[in-house]
Design a protein around this ligand. Structure first.
Ligand code: F6R
Length: 242
């Protein structure tokens, strides 16, 4: 595991964008696993800047997002489809057919999960997976549990997750109760994982995830088993690491 700490958000975003852009420069047909939420916004901004400078093209890239809410219309401003369009997809040359986000409005959600896993398998698994971290240690929407699920599945969002995400909605009642998420098995199969964590409110959970015991109660702790994990932290998030 490689942990890097940054004293400014700008430098952290630049470093994360460099890793992602560098991956595409090395392997133009790279398969990227993408995250949403507050953490990657500045990273996507930096990637779009790099794209506009002609440093990278996404023509041959394939992307798979980690998750999407269940039963939130795709065109709702807080759907992860809208998020990805707003922050990344509408600004770059990534062909639409090569972008994948689970469909939380599918008539048959179990079938949608199976289809999503099949598409990832067909793409040859993920080269580089970008991850944020939930306050309860979730990655994707794999919430703390006695057992974690390998592939894409339907998940009941933890109250803590709904509370954290209420900031994007008018009220907590509007935050969906379920989501589709890529499983921990798929995440761990990624050749390289880039975990980005920002803010003092994540200092305890990142310490537990990286330096505590490996337990399904802190899903991110399973990342300790990954042979190619890069962790980028701001100094507030990294403040409690031993
Ligand atoms: C988002 C995702 C989540 C977030 C996590 C942190 O696609 O899978 O695991 O990365 O909830 O969210 P923020 O960045 O908003 O603190």
């Amino acid at each position: 595991m490689n942990i890097l700490m940054f004293d400014s958000d700008e430098k952290l975003n630049e470093a994360a964008a460099n890793i992602i852009v560098g991956q595409i420069q090395t392997i133009p047909r790279a398969v990227l696993g993408l995250a949403t939420g507050g953490t990657p916004v500045g990273i996507y901004e930096q990637i779009v800047r790099d794209y506009r400078r002609g440093m990278v093209s996404f023509r041959s890239v394939t992307t798979f997002n980690l998750d999407e809410y269940v039963n939130l219309p795709i065109d709702h401003p807080e759907s992860y489809h809208s998020y990805m369009n707003a922050h990344l997809f509408s600004h770059i040359d990534l062909p639409e057919a090569q972008r994948h986000i689970p469909n939380g409005n599918a008539a048959n959600l179990t079938e949608e999960c199976r289809r999503y896993d099949e598409a990832i398998e067909l793409a040859g698994q993920i080269d580089l997976q970008l991850l944020g971290l939930g306050h309860n240690g979730h990655i994707g929407f794999n919430e703390p549990a006695h057992a974690l699920i390998k592939g894409t599945h339907i998940v009941e969002l933890a109250e803590k997750t709904r509370e954290a995400n209420a900031r994007f909605f008018d009220s907590i009642d509007d935050v969906p109760k379920q989501a589709l998420t890529m499983g921990v098995g798929t995440i761990l199969k990624a050749k390289k994982i880039l975990l980005v964590v920002k803010g003092a409110d994540k200092a305890d959970i990142i310490r537990e995830a990286l330096q505590g015991s490996i337990t399904t109660d802190v899903p991110a702790s399973l990342l300790q088993t990954h042979p190619n994990l890069i962790v980028l932290l701001d100094s507030a998030a990294g403040g409690k690491l031993a």
